[in-house]
Write a protein that binds this ligand. Sequence first.
Ligand SMILES: [Zn+2]
Length: 197
Amino acid sequence: MLHQQIELELAEREAWALRRQRGIPNNRRLFVLACMDERIPVNQALGIRDGDAHVFRNAGGLVTDDAIRSAMLTTQFFGTKEIIVINHTECGMMTASGEFLTAALREKGIDPEQVALDPAVRELTLPPDAFSKWIRMFDDVDETCARQVQLLRECPLIPDDVSIHGYVWEVERMALRRPHFRLSERVNSAKAMGVKG
Ligand SMILES: [Zn+2]
């Protein structure tokens, strides 16, 4: 009967819409922090599907105040047990320094140190000369990735039993690797094979 099919679809939609009310976590109990870069296909990179994770993306995939706010909510209240950080090669965050960006904004007539960080929470302001620190440009993706994991592990707002790992997405290879672990440097070379010169 057609109505049975309709009822099934309605039940599925209801289960999907009301899962937070019912305390149902995302499918993989997973929070992903990734760079906003369009070259990271997060689902493909991790082999996950829509519904599997809470995904937070910002410039760099960095542990900022809002990343912590989101990670805290999902791990403390929405049943998430694992965090994966994804940074990537060729990241735009490595193309300039914070000082350069500060100066570039000033040239556009914007004083970044006079702008509210969070327009809804006006008391959140940067101390003088802190904008370039706040923007957090970086020059080593491996170091940055390892550091984000450390920052999350040390964050008192995230439960100790949450598993936290970070990976570097190589845009040139379309694959993940561990930070400080470039497989290409370890294969097909006399050095890697232990051949003495
Ligand atoms: Zn990036």
